[in-house]
Design a protein around this ligand. Structure first.
Ligand code: S5P
Length: 488
């Protein structure tokens, strides 16, 4: 029985990781310093089986530990649906705490029927300092309701248990952060160094319920700052199989150069691929500018990609509804899904773009991935901060993130998750732009100041007197810039 429960807990822990309910990286926290681990249990509403398991475990916990309560109340908002299921399943009437009192009518903060002296159990998703649980406790207490227990899904072990205890409320947790880390480590999802660095961070960062640090503010090193990590260590955190491969390819081949083979003739592209292949990690095409496209061309390109160990990216910048994208990806003259390891896509149509691409692979399941456009290099482009943020969210927080290998963007602040790659175009040693709005920056600037993991170079190489020499020069400067970045 106990072993069965333990297996259930482990499976749920892995599932939570898989659906991105928690992840490792460099995340801004309410308390002002960045955290290497971030929980976002809001996503579980999209996974009914996970909702069911989480609520079941809470119900079981309440019953098995005989927690007495007349009501159950979820801390708004994430825990509300969980508390609702527990209430219905255990037949315990629910109370709903409003975040703000209504400006009209009853102005009540607590909805539901209760009497002063009633007991209420609190349900919460994640506890850091415990302040959100305590806010709910205070509002219930104002109404004369007694709170003895709070059951939380995850305790980040940063002081919440003690802070809540100081107010005579017992905090119970389904998972602690240490438990989750151990399960992931045992399942081979993360390395011991990840466990150690999170533990180091957490022990140096204990928080009081008012948000201040227990031993005063400390310099806590977050070893998960994306731009400080090596490609090898980031490959462990990638959700996309192609991204994992690409991180390892870059590390072993020592190149972070992507060549934009923007040429219109098949033979010329194949020649460039053969000459520059040894120095690049990706060869990027714009297949719709090719004048003499034929099936042999892509076959030969794939052969060269195997010979020189690089991936092929078709820079199609898909931007339509899922159904159209699915056809554009897999059908028509180019049958992109057949030969391109990676494609680019605008995030404009939302999750449908990812679903559409995935649907395009149904008949030919292959290791494939997408880079979403988070920013553009051209002057006057219309992408704004809000769009950028929404793109990052799409890349890190939905059911199809295993298809996202990275983001095409211009700056490190676009995203924090180290398991994604930043691909940055607009790179040229001679930094003057072109007549059509392209803007260039140097290899060193783009990698060290702008956070690029992979730099896209087109005309900087294609227009050189000797393309091989130019490819070597760009490869060397980009790799040196990356090596310096992670060594600092
Ligand atoms: O914002 C962007 C996104 C992309 S993918 N700006 C870009 O320039 N690109 C692509 O990168 C562009 O389509 C071209 O293939 C390449 C840059 O080529 P270059 O000749 O200007 O280096």
């Amino acid at each position: 029985m106990l072993a069965k429960k333990e297996n259930e807990m482990r499976a749920l822990a892995l599932k939570l990781y898989e659906i991105n309910a928690f992840k490792f990286g460099d995340f801004k926290m309410k308390v002002g310093i960045n955290s290497p681990v971030y929980f976002d249990l809001r996503v579980i509403v999209s996974f009914p089986e996970v909702m069911d398991q989480v609520s079941n475990l809470i119900s079981d916990y309440v019953r098995e530990n005989n927690l007495q309560c007349k009501h159950v109340c979820g801390v708004p908002y994430t825990a509300l649906p969980i508390a609702t299921i527990v209430s219905v399943r255990e037949n315990i009437p629910m109370l709903v705490r409003r975040k703000e009192a209504k400006s009209y009518g009853t102005k009540k903060l607590i909805e539901g029927l209760y009497n002063a002296g009633d007991t209420c159990l609190i349900v919460e998703d994640v506890v850091t300092s415990g302040s959100s649980v305590l806010d709910t406790v205070k509002d219930l207490q104002k109404e004369g309701i007694v709170v003895n227990d709070a059951v939380v899904v995850v305790d980040r072990e940063q002081g919440g248990h003690a802070n809540i205890g100081k107010h005579s409320v017992r905090m119970h947790s389904l998972f602690t952060l240490s438990y989750l880390l151990n399960v992931l480590k045992e399942a081979g999802k993360i390395q011991q160094e990840t466990v150690d660095s999170v533990a180091k961070y957490i022990s140096g960062c204990q928080i009081n319920s008012d948000g201040s640090f227990v031993d005063g503010p400390k310099k806590v090193v977050n070893e998960f700052a994306r731009t400080k990590m090596t490609f090898e260590s980031r490959s462990n955190l990638a959700k996309s199989e192609v991204a994992k491969d690409l991180f390892n390819l870059m590390a072993s081949k020592k190149t972070n150069l992507c060549l934009a083979a923007d040429l219109t003739d098949c033979e010329k592209i194949l020649n460039v691929a053969d000459v520059c292949g040894p120095y690049i990690c990706i060869l990027k095409t714009h297949i719709d500018i090719v004048e003499n496209f034929n099936e042999d061309f892509v076959k030969n390109l794939v052969t060269l990609s195997k010979k020189h160990n690089f991936l092929i990216m078709e820079d199609r910048k898909f931007a339509d509804i899922g159904n159209t994208v699915s056809m554009q990806y897999s059908q028509g003259l180019f049958k992109i899904a057949q030969w391109a390891d990676l494609v680019t896509a605008h995030s404009i149509s939302g999750q449908g773009i990812l679903q559409g691409l995935k649907a395009g692979l149904v008949d030919a399941p292959k290791k494939r991935g997408v880079f979403l456009l988070g920013e553009m290099s051209s002057t006057g482009n219309l992408i704004n901060e809000q769009y950028k943020e929404a793109t990052t969210k799409l890349a890190t927080n939905n059911a199809d993130v295993d298809f996202v290998a990275g983001i095409v963007c211009q700056s490190a602040d676009c995203f924090a998750f180290p398991g994604l790659l930043q691909l940055t175009p607009g790179v040229k040693i001679d930094e003057s732009g072109d007549k059509l709005g392209q803007q260039y920056q140097s290899p060193e600037f783009i990698v060290q100041e702008k956070g690029a993991d992979i730099a896209v170079v087109g005309r900087g190489i294609l227009e050189a007197k000797c393309i091989e020499k130019a490819a070597v020069l760009y490869r060397d400067r980009l790799w040196a810039a990356y090596s310096d970045r992670v060594a600092k």
